[in-house]
Design a binder for this molecule. Structure first.
Ligand SMILES: *Cc1c(COP(=O)(O)O)cnc(C)c1O
Length: 424
């Protein structure tokens, strides 16, 4: 499609957009009396209007039923997480029994590493990406220490080549081959939080299995953003947060995936709690743990229902729309933003560079822009002008044109504000 950098053209795209009605389902902060242009849905998604009713429902059940709400609420609390299985499994490409929701992301990755990072004297290394999200780096270091190894020996980072912004698949595969029999685990962010690069999870997972390693994915920037086929790709485990693309609210509950082939493995260690125990017998208070079949068997504590309620609202909205429709608009609006950035760059004479891959199969809904020159002051100008983006050292702003609530007109307006900010 040939794009144009005009308001009329952008409005034309909005009028053909099948998802445009969802924009009104979200609450936008305002700056100078106008809805902001919100580019940080990759960090904290906007609040859907329908979410409040899901929370109110739990509050009302609690008021009217108190403890009886566990069993007699319209959506009983004791197995509230089971409502996620169907819709969430479609979002991540899993069987319903392979997903569950609990805790928060880093906590879940630690818990899953209890099962899937089981180093021995000879096979103890973890492959991750260079400059992984800090929480993941601390997690790797502490896990490796916990098992009595040294991070500098056990953690193998895949590097970018000099002068390149993204990691090459061939370099990942070569490293897996090289570490070979010493490799216990590969755990990478499926979508890199900084550059927006999407990794070829299918190929990397197969390569890891080829050398006898387990393969997990941190899907913080992938869930609700890109097409996932976790079951078919044979991924061992994965976890994601729900407050980024999935709009469930600050710090909210995480989702987990455990592949079906591990469900019957009684040798697999795990940290257990009563919510992972045999559902029918949970309240018999038996002394010996008998895990629920499937990912629910990794549950530990009784459910934080008040925080699951907004996540359920979100998952049901995603289910209504379907990932395919979302991805179709995502590609179009991200390409339109890319086009606008290039147009403005020409007008102001090259002062920034997009470091996210140009290839659509290697990116989702994010463009990371490396600013040359007055980065920080430009960022401040954007924020003051109602463009909410985020700043990452040394000089990068990340723009996520989330297809659920961003409009093409937002992209056009952003371009005009950006131009003014640069020429100021
Ligand atoms: C956002 C993000 C996290 C956040 O972890 P929490 O435990 O939810 O605070 C972890 N890893 C990656 C890759 C992220 O992008």
């Amino acid at each position: 499609m040939i794009f144009e950098n005009t308001k009329e053209f952008a409005q034309g795209l909005d009028s053909q957009d099948k998802l445009s009605k969802y924009r009104d389902e979200f609450i936008f902060p305002k700056v100078n009396g106008e809805k902001v242009i919100y580019f940080t849905g990759n960090s904290l998604g906007l609040q859907p209007k329908r979410t409040k009713a899901y929370i109110d429902e739990v509050m009302n059940d609690w008021a009217e039923l108190a403890v009886e709400g566990h069993f007699y609420a319209d959506k009983p609390w004791w197995d509230y997480q089971e409502r996620f299985a169907e819709p969430l499994s479609k979002i991540v490409g899993a069987l319903p029994s392979e997903v569950t929701v609990m805790n928060t992301l880093t906590v879940n990755l630690h818990l899953l590493m209890v099962s899937f990072y089981r180093p021995t004297k000879s096979r103890y290394k973890i492959i991750c990406e260079e400059k992984a999200f800090p929480s993941d780096q601390y997690m790797f270091q502490s896990q490796v220490h916990f098992h009595g190894f040294k991070p500098e020996e056990a953690i193998v980072e895949i590097k970018r080549r000099d002068g390149e912004h993204n990691i090459r698949l061939e370099d990942i595969l070569a490293k897996i081959e090289e570490v070979g029999e010493e490799l216990a685990l590969i755990l990478i962010g499926g979508v890199n939080y900084y550059t927006g690069q999407v990794f070829d999870m299918k190929t990397i997972t197969a390569a890891g299995h080829q050398v006898g390693a387990k393969v997990g994915w941190d899907l913080a920037h992938a869930a609700g953003n890109i097409k996932l086929e976790l079951h078919d790709w044979n991924v061992d485990f994965a976890a994601w947060c729900s407050y980024k693309y999935m709009n469930s609210g600050p710090g909210n509950a995480s989702g987990c995936f455990v592949h079906e082939r591990h469900h019957n493995d009684s040798e697999l260690p795990r940290f257990a709690g009563w919510w992972g125990h045999n559902k029918e017998r949970r309240f018999k208070m038996e002394p010996v743990f008998d895990p629920v079949h499937g990912a629910d068997g990794w549950q530990i504590s009784n459910l934080p229902v008040l925080s699951l309620a907004p996540y359920l609202a979100s998952v049901e909205m995603f289910d209504e729309i379907g990932m395919d429709a979302l991805i179709e608009k995502r590609d179009k609006i991200t390409s339109y933003l890319e086009f606008i950035l290039h147009e403005i760059d020409k007008e102001v004479d090259s002062s920034f560079e997009i470091i996210t891959p140009t290839n659509q199969s290697e990116r989702g809904c994010q463009l990371s822009v490396l600013l040359h020159g007055e980065g920080r002051s430009l960022f401040d100008y954007l924020m003051k002008s109602g463009v909410i983006t985020d700043w990452r050292e040394p000089n990068v702003i990340r723009l996520a044109p989330v297809p659920l609530y961003c409009s093409y007109e937002d992209m056009y307006n952003f371009g005009q504000i950006l131009k003014t900010g640069i020429l100021k």
